[in-house]
Write a protein of this length. Structure first.
Ligand code: FES
Length: 124
């Protein structure tokens, strides 16, 4: 099981997604996660890159309980990472990480690495 890692956030995490660095103690490598909140105010953490075509989710929007990528409009459920738009889904999910708030700190436990975005013929 992955350890909890501190995420470097400089203020409260709101509804709009932010991308923040993680301290990786063991290998001194820095990684990033996307943090946001659902309509209900629940904190969520995901990979910061869209699994559709590998674009950054910097300008993604939270719509209800899903994260919508600004590039082609694919949407991913924030609790599972499952693609919920386009309708009928897609076979690649967005990695969702465990996240918790400890006082004013945010910590994540990274999910297993996802395979790189696939090249799907016929998928716009
Ligand atoms: S890169 Fe995100 S929907 Fe295409």
């Amino acid at each position: 099981m992955q350890p909890w890692r501190r995420v470097e956030v400089t203020g409260p995490v709101g509804r709009g997604p932010i991308i923040a660095a993680i301290d990786r103690v063991r290998d001194d490598e820095r990684a990033r996660v996307l943090l946001c909140r659902t309509d209900a105010g629940e904190l969520q953490a995901t990979d910061p890159v869209c699994p559709h075509m590998g674009q950054p989710l910097t300008d993604a929007e939270v719509v209800s309980d899903a994260l919508v990528c600004s590039h082609h409009g694919y949407a991913f459920a924030l609790d599972s990472g499952v693609c919920v738009q386009p309708l009928g889904g897609w076979d690649t999910s967005l990695a969702v990480h465990e996240v918790r708030e400890v006082g004013d700190r945010v910590e994540v436990r990274l999910a297993a690495p996802q395979p790189p975005p696939a090249q799907h013929e016929g998928v716009p």
